[in-house]
Design a protein around this ligand. Structure first.
Ligand SMILES: Nc1ncnc2c1ncn2[C@@H]1O[C@H](COP(=O)(O)OP(=O)(O)OP(=O)(O)O)[C@@H](O)[C@H]1O
Length: 221
């Protein structure tokens, strides 16, 4: 389902070259819930961004949903990302001027769907994260845990095969973080969504199927 083949990534500025990932191989079967851990700066976000087609590798190939996507660009990347991938970030990335349900509908604006159908799907996604009763609220009227649940609803509204989550519980206390893990676990079990999650929290990582540890841009276990 996700295959990274011999991926390296270096960032160049005028004076320095940083090797963020070195010859990384990783295969994530469909339906797996995988966590990635490692010290700050070891390349976790870079890895997730390459899987999510947000960043391009300097070397190596990426296969997602059976397609070699390394050379995709422009509208092809945008479309593939919109249809196949859902993203969740540590700091939620909600739009404060839009209501909860409008935030959730955003990824659907790029699909050929009528307004009613978009609304129905957004409400269905909100029900899945237990937030039907907050649809007309605005993000600043919600707790951190609720904001992250809205972000999850937005990530799943387009029914992606893969969810990429960068420290989804990083800004939450352990109780709220546990609730977010409950929701992700349920999505993985009920819908078979493949999830790759970067975390700093061993307790969250223990709740996933497999843990990959990185150090200095390489897999160590
Ligand atoms: N746009 C960039 N330009 C230059 N260097 C970068 C860039 N993005 C990341 N790096 C460098 O690449 C390395 C890996 O960064 P990355 O953000 O992937 O680490 P991380 O493991 O996610 O760290 P953290 O846990 O602190 O978020 C770091 O040394 C970082 O400084």
């Amino acid at each position: 389902m996700i295959e990274l083949n011999n991926i390296s990534k270096s960032y160049r500025t005028d004076t320095i070259e940083t090797l963020a990932l070195q010859h990384m191989n990783l295969s994530v079967p469909a339906g797996e819930f995988l966590s990635i851990m490692g010290p700050s700066g070891c390349g976790k976000s870079t890895l997730l961004n390459i899987m999510g087609l947000i960043d391009e590798p300097s070397e190596g190939t990426v296969v997602l949903a059976g397609r070699e996507v390394t050379d995709y660009n422009g509208s092809k990347v945008a479309r593939f990302r919109n249809e196949q991938l859902g993203f969740i970030f540590q700091s939620f990335h909600l739009i404060n001027d839009l209501s909860v349900v409008d935030n959730v509908e955003l990824p659907l604006l790029y699909r050929k769907l009528g307004g009613k159908e978009r609304r129905r799907l957004a409400l269905e996604a909100l029900a899945r994260v237990g937030l039907s009763n907050r649809a007309t609220h605005f993000p600043n009227q919600l707790s951190g845990g609720q904001k992250q649940r809205v972000a999850i609803a937005r990530a799943i509204v387009g029914k992606p095969n893969i969810i990429l989550a960068d420290e989804p519980t990083g800004n939450l206390d352990s109780h709220m973080g546990g609730e977010i893990m409950d929701i992700l676990t349920r999505l993985n079990k009920d819908l078979g969504t493949t999830i790759v999650m970067v975390t700093h929290d061993e307790r969250m990582a223990k709740r996933t199927h497999r843990l990959v540890r990185l150090s200095d841009g390489e897999r160590v276990s």
